[in-house]
Design a protein around this ligand. Structure first.
Ligand SMILES: Nc1nc2c(c(=O)[nH]1)N[C@H]1C(S)=C(S)[C@@H](COP(=O)(O)O)O[C@H]1N2
Ligand SMILES: [Mo]
Length: 305
């Protein structure tokens, strides 16, 4: 059971500042009034291991946190690790609204208390053909959705990322519309594998991986797993998504991992497992078919790509 509260987590920066203060005397006094810009690296406690984990070995921390897509902080894979370091993730506000009986506004403490924290080791397959295995920490998105009590008009779930051009100046050159938008059908969102993530490798999420709150939808291409979520809205119609708005021909709403349906510019049959260059066959639904194929019974997955 996790009774951890965000206010009880010791941010690494604060801890370091404190150490510096103890060691450095007067010169370090300023450190006491520095705002805590990030919780990245703070340890999460009370995390249980989930049976939903793959038995594949997890990708090293350095690869997961050093090779990222996060266009708000630049389009090169190394940009997010460099440019997101000072991103301010506290205070944070998440709103859940729309076709629900009980809309909610949560701060970080509230987010951490939605459900007990679990470690789930998931495969993650980017549409650009690299893959990683990540020990995420979080809980099923359904835990939060059930708390707001969706009504019968809630057919889809729309997600919106934080966007502040001042903190994310590289976002101007992203080539996609920001704030980043994503969406799931309600039954996809309610599937236990769909996860809200607050950490990885035992720690609060590094900023470049989507702190303080991101999605992990392991049977879909990585771009469905939206980072730094500020708004979740239960809606009646299929919501717009960032990559579909940018290029509808290449990126559909569903975006289930599917080695049988090529991207218009490349085959999706294989993937590169980081770190290194070894390739392996890509699995339908990224290997989660036993759990999720039933969501798409009777659908033409070439049409609904
Ligand atoms: N807000 C936001 N979320 C995002 C992206 C982004 O650019 N902005 N990139 C997506 C893509 S393409 C991938 S592959 C994953 C990468 O997640 P990771 O960096 O934690 O591996 O984040 C997804 N979520
Ligand atoms: Mo991606």
């Amino acid at each position: 059971m996790s009774n951890l509260r965000y206010s009880q987590v010791t941010p690494k920066s604060e801890y370091l500042n404190r150490r510096r203060f103890l060691a450095g005397g007067a010169a370090a006094v300023g450190a006491l009034v520095l705002p805590v810009s990030t919780y990245a690296g703070a340890k999460l406690s009370g995390v249980t291991k989930s049976p939903l984990s793959t038995t594949e070995p997890a990708t090293p921390f350095e690869a997961i946190t050093g090779y990222n897509n996060y266009y708000e902080f630049g389009t090169d894979k190394g940009d997010p690790a460099k440019n997101a370091q000072n991103f301010k993730t506290s205070p944070w506000t998440l709103t859940i609204e729309g076709n629900v009986a009980k809309p909610k506004t949560l701060d970080l403490d509230g987010i951490m208390k939605i459900a007990p924290l679990e470690e789930r080791i998931y495969r993650h397959r980017c549409v650009e053909r690299w893959s990683i295995v990540v020990p995420w920490i979080g809980f099923s998105l359904s835990a939060l959705l059930q708390q707001v009590e969706p009504n019968s008009k809630a057919k889809y779930v729309a997600f919106q990322s934080y966007y502040d051009p001042k903190q994310m100046p590289e976002g101007k050159h992203a080539g996609i519309q920001l704030p980043y938008l994503e969406g799931l059908r309600i039954d996809e969102a309610m599937h236990p594998l769909a996860m809200l993530v607050v950490g990885l490798y035992g720690e609060v999420l590094p900023n470049q991986n989507g702190a303080p709150l991101r999605l992990a939808v392991p049977w879909k291409y990585g771009f469905k797993s939206i980072k730094s979520i500020v708004k979740i809205k239960l809606v009646e119609k299929e919501p717009p998504t960032a990559w579909n708005l940018a290029n509808a021909h290449e990126y559909g709403f569903y975006s289930n991992v599917n080695p049988e349906v090529d991207h218009p510019r490349w085959s999706q049959a294989k993937e590169r497992r980081l770190p290194g260059f070894a390739t392996r066959p890509t699995l339908k639904f990224n290997g989660y078919g036993d759990q999720v194929a039933g969501l798409y019974t009777g659908m033409d997955l070439k049409k609904y790509y």
